[in-house]
Write a protein that binds this ligand. Structure first.
Ligand code: AVI
Length: 319
């Protein structure tokens, strides 16, 4: 995809979202350079318990996880979807290497610079690890891997990324992922669990306001890339959590009636006072929801790994 096509996809998604009622903007556009940086900050926040919880899951269960990955084959390719800086994955990678495990690590990411950063860091930190990064779309990369070898595949999809899919789209994504996997291949997938609603809400409304910045950055991005004139001071970051459905939603609420012009769309959008734009869903799960999802996506749950607070579950599924 070249830059013009990415821009036009961004422009048309923004247009489609702002023409809907209620208005919405897709959270995948949070992640420009500034957004990537802010998300790294979020992951280190006291309130954002997810990072430490998954870290603990790996620290406490790395031996069991390796045992499950090895199964009867004793060899595998470890594929990670959207690896980021790999901080949590390194716990597993270090352990696997220290045990003399035969495996290759293939992080897949759409961003070449993210992959370069991770590959260089791994070469320094775990020199004995064999790394074959793949730049591109998850599905194309997985299908390419399957065409070129028949080794057992273990796919990592960590950090509750599945929670950011809207409605049924998570299930559709996982079903499609399964189509690029063979019988016996494994998927280790991270789920943030339902818990004290105050705890969840605080994770998306931190005292330092980093998550607020992360959310407002979407408006800055539309201004910069699509020539819009959003005034970020006229919007308020407002997350909600529904303890019945487990849905955590982020919103940008218009503090006054205002018009915003987006030059790339040649269009002006009206925002009424206190009208909200829905920008993100971060789904929280119950065990029953995980079971349903695995079943509907065509997987069998092998084992669940959790932290001492049971905040987070990394669930191992078999195709
Ligand atoms: C990437 N994703 C799992 C994060 C989440 O918790 O939904 C994104 C995020 N949004 C606000 N804070 C963090």
């Amino acid at each position: 995809m070249n830059t013009t096509e990415v821009l036009s996809e961004f422009a048309s998604d923004v247009k489609e979202g702002l023409l809907q009622f209620p208005k919405r903007l897709p959270s995948k556009y949070f992640y420009n350079e500034k957004g990537d940086y802010l998300f790294q900050q979020i992951m280190h926040l006291e309130e954002y318990y997810l990072t430490n919880a998954e870290f603990e899951v790996f620290e406490e269960n790395k031996a069991e996880i390796l045992k499950a990955f090895l199964g009867v084959d004793g060899e595998f390719r470890l594929v990670e979807l959207g690896a980021g800086d790999g901080t949590k994955t390194k716990v597993l990678l270090n352990h696997f290497v220290s045990k003399g495990t035969k495996f290759t690590y293939s992080p897949i990411d759409i961003s070449g610079s993210v992959l370069d950063g991770l590959t260089n860091a791994l070469a320094q930190e775990i020199p004995a690890l064999s790394v074959e990064p793949i730049k591109g779309d998850y599905f194309k990369a997985l299908a390419g891997l399957k065409r070129n070898n028949s080794m057992k595949e273990v796919v990592l999809f960590l950090g509750s990324n599945i929670g950011n899919f809207m409605g049924k789209s998570g299930e559709t994504f996982l079903r499609k992922l399964g189509e690029d996997m063979s019988k016996g291949d494994l998927l280790l997938i991270g789920f943030d669990m339902m818990k004290n609603p105050e705890k969840v809400l605080a994770a998306y409304n931190d005292a330092m306001g980093v998550t607020r910045e992360f959310n407002l950055n979407l408006l800055d991005r539309i201004n910069e890339e699509l020539g819009a004139n959003f005034d970020r001071n006229n919007f308020q970051h407002f997350p909600t959590y529904d303890p019945i459905t487990g849905e955590t939603k982020s919103h940008l609420v218009s503090k006054c009636t205002q018009n915003v012009h987006i030059a790339a769309l040649d269009e002006t959008f009206e925002f009424k006072a206190w009208e909200a734009i829905h920008t993100e869903v971060s789904q929280k799960f119950s065990h029953q929801m995980i079971e349903q999802l695995a079943k509907h996506a065509g997987f069998r749950i092998v084992q669940n790994f959790t932290d001492s607070n049971e905040y987070f579950v990394d669930s191992l599924w078999e195709k």
